[in-house]
Design a protein around this ligand. Structure first.
Ligand code: UDP
Length: 237
């Protein structure tokens, strides 16, 4: 497998072409941003944690029949993935109110929601990823109704699987963001599932073990990322 040109550089990742047009390599960086790029920093070792955590969780999901872009891990920071056409809609799944939802509906952080909330955001950095609904998605031609039905069903299934899996590691899955891609006519899970894209709280203490430690200057940022990796890799529970 030969690494080719960089196709894309985002805030936390680089994506490279390979000599196989159906495959790409994701490289995870330690760079961190928040508030639409207004806050910038480095979380040492984050790239390694996000690569290993994401691949591990894609593996858990695969065991439950959820297909993703994951092919194989190349090293601590690089992973081979299938080259998919990303649907430009971020899917946010929420079990417990936090972050922007707490602000919007006035529920204190930590309030359990009566049922799972799904939100969609238009993936556009210049616009600040605005929230949209199914009718915007249809009107903008971002995805078909059938694709959105599949995406919503997959997002809820991912939530059920990960919530149960993480509970065994004493982690509460508060909310998370997913991205999907089109691959050979199917919708598959893509991007990453990591402490950058999920809120993970310790189930006993409600300590935040995710990117909120960086966003809110809570300290022990690196330690929180390492703790997630440690629990997933079968450390002390
Ligand atoms: N999220 C993300 N990327 C984004 C926006 C949100 O990964 O561009 C994740 C975030 O880490 C959290 C969930 O989606 O787990 C919900 O985020 P929220 O809408 O509360 O926004 P935030 O408060 O993080 O700005």
């Amino acid at each position: 497998m030969q690494q080719g040109d960089m196709m894309y550089e985002g805030k936390a990742k680089q994506v490279f072409a390979t000599d196989d047009p159906t495959l790409a390599i994701i490289h995870y960086k330690d760079d961190a941003t928040a508030f639409n790029g207004l806050k910038k920093g480095t979380i040492i070792g984050k790239g390694v944690v996000n690569n290993l955590v994401s691949n591990h969780l894609f593996g858990v999901l695969a065991q439950h029949g959820i297909e993703s872009h994951f092919v194989r891990q190349l090293n601590e920071r690089d992973t081979l993935v299938r080259r998919v056409a990303i649907v430009p809609v971020e899917v946010i799944v929420r079990n417990i109110a936090a972050g922007s939802l707490s602000k919007r509906i006035g529920y204190p952080e930590g309030t359990r929601l009566r049922s799972t909330v799904l939100e969609y955001c238009y993936k556009d950095d210049e616009l600040g990823d605005p929230m949209i609904n199914d009718t915007h998605i249809a009107a903008m031609g971002l995805a078909t109704k059938e694709e959105m039905d599949q995406i919503a069903a997959l997002a809820l299934k991912v939530n059920d699987i990960l919530t149960a899996y993480l509970a065994r590691l004493n982690l509460s899955l508060i909310d998370f963001k997913l991205e999907f891609g089109r691959f050979e006519g199917r919708i598959v899970l893509a991007d990453e599932i990591s402490p950058d894209t999920c809120r993970f709280w310790d189930a006993r203490t409600n300590e935040k073990l995710d990117k909120d430690r960086f966003r809110r200057d809570l300290g022990d940022v690196e330690e929180a990322y390492q703790e997630i990796l440690r629990r997933l890799m079968g450390g002390v529970q």
